[in-house]
Design a protein around this ligand. Structure first.
Ligand code: DX5
Ligand code: ZN
Length: 219
């Protein structure tokens, strides 16, 4: 099994201290930094954009795992690449031409992530799985931190793991939304190797992020 990695979502961090929060996550053993970008249109919430990511870039060497919940996404991909994103994850519903958007991300020498909402089937992106570095399985409807994990997505994780093994694909399987200490093991056993978490990492154990990252990695 691949080593389990934790990608804390800065959506639950102290937004007045984002640079220091990222440093704190790196010191606590985070493997990457998950940045949730929302446009108030593709999802009903607004967060941050490229200038903030650029400003944060100096605070950590960790991979910036940038989750774009914006539509249309294609024309903004380069801005996020230039700002310092390492993985650029897009939703298939947010682009007119997924193949072109994947090609574009690759041409900018960034890793390609494709995200599946809870009601989006794997079949929709089946032809693109071989081109992806990461598949981000949403276990809540995107838009807000602190929502409840949708257990039905476990089957989708298992399917993605099976396809990956059968066809020898290389993508990581990342799960995002409502991850806590009681469902993390199920998600890992289903085949996920990267867990995103905001609420659990920043709020459990009185905000002991080191302990929370370690506990989420336990199988
Ligand atoms: C939801 C975001 C998630 C979310 C995770 O739209 O994509 O990254 O912030 O936060 P928790 O762990 O609180 O569900
Ligand atoms: Zn996310």
């Amino acid at each position: 099994m691949k080593k389990i990695q934790i990608s804390p979502s800065i959506l639950s961090a102290d937004f007045s201290q984002l640079g220091n929060e990222i440093k704190r996550l790196e010191d606590a053993g985070a493997d990457m930094i998950h940045v949730d970008v929302m446009d108030g249109h593709f999802v009903p919430n607004l967060t941050i954009g490229p200038p903030v990511i650029k400003a944060l870039r100096d605070y950590s060497e960790l991979t910036f795992d940038v989750h774009l919940m914006i539509s249309p996404v294609h024309k903004y991909i380069k801005d996020f690449a230039d700002a310092g994103a390492d993985i650029i994850t897009i939703h298939p519903e947010a682009t007119d031409n997924l193949a072109e958007s994947i090609k574009h991300i690759k041409s900018l020498k960034k890793k390609v992530g494709i995200s599946l909402n809870p009601n989006t089937d794997v079949g929709i992106i089946e032809n693109h799985l071989g081109d992806a570095d990461l598949i981000l399985v949403m276990s809540v409807y995107p838009g807000f931190g602190g929502q409840k994990f949708i257990p039905e997505v476990i089957e989708k994780i298992e399917l993605l793991k099976k396809i990956k093994d059968d066809r020898n694909y290389n993508y990581d399987i990342e799960v995002d939304g409502g991850i806590n200490f009681s469902n993390s093991k199920n998600v890992i056993n289903a085949g996920a190797n990267i867990l995103v978490s905001g609420t659990t990492i920043f709020k459990e154990n009185n905000g002991n992020i080191k302990k929370n990252i370690e506990t989420l990695k336990e199988v």
